[in-house]
Design a protein around this ligand. Structure first.
Ligand code: SF4
Ligand code: SF4
Length: 187
């Protein structure tokens, strides 16, 4: 069984709050608010764009064990680490799942590092999250993303997918020295 997911930013049923949409994000809001309490902007900003949820995983129906592959959904663009046809994705990928505050706790295939999963489990975000680092590149520097590390689904059948089962690297626990030095010197 393969699984994919998406964040449905543009078709969310969440009420938009014009004021919240333009107000700066409150520092550390994810530590104080539940997923349900977040406004649309806060919800969107919570995604670190790791795109591990755009990679196909295989579940053993007998044991429930989940195996990760390095094969991406057919719409995934490995270079930009994002969906290549976000607006129309449902036409092409019917099983792309929309994340909601209600389903996040039930989606056991979301990566352990997924920001939505972390918040739903009452945990803090990792150092690389752009909301912490202030830098959208740190998710890649930390090796927490799948940028440039996947191959497209193409015509792969289950046997081919099984051959692509892989262990994704454990993300760096702290920023590399060069990044820490750069921060200190303000560059
Ligand atoms: S933070 Fe979660 S929802 Fe966002 S790209 Fe990563 S795994 Fe997907
Ligand atoms: S359709 Fe787009 S958002 Fe959904 S899993 Fe595929 S690449 Fe990701």
């Amino acid at each position: 069984m393969t699984k994919t997911t998406l964040l449905d930013y543009h078709n969310s049923r969440r009420k938009r709050d014009a004021q919240a949409d333009v107000a700066p994000l409150e520092d550390g809001y994810w530590r104080r608010k539940t997923l349900t309490e977040m406004n649309e902007r806060e919800w969107e900003a919570l995604c670190d764009r790791c795109s591990k949820c755009c990679v196909i995983s295989i579940e053993d129906a007998d044991t429930g064990t989940l195996y990760l592959t390095d094969v991406s959904c057919k719409l995934f663009d490995a270079k930009s680490c994002g969906c290549s046809n976000y607006e129309n994705r449902k036409q092409y990928v019917h099983d792309c799942v929309k994340l909601t505050p209600k389903n996040v706790p039930k989606l056991d295939w979301l990566p352990q590092t997924c920001a939505y999963r972390l918040v739903s489990e009452g945990k803090d975000l990792f150092w690389w999250h752009p909301l912490i680092s202030g830098d959208s590149e740190t998710v890649h520097i930390a090796q927490a993303s799948v940028r440039n590390k996947t191959r497209p689904e193409g015509r792969l059948k289950m046997a081919g997918l099984i051959k692509r089962i892989t262990q994704w690297p454990v993300p760096l626990e702290k920023p590399p020295k060069a990044l820490r030095n750069r921060k200190r010197s303000g560059t």
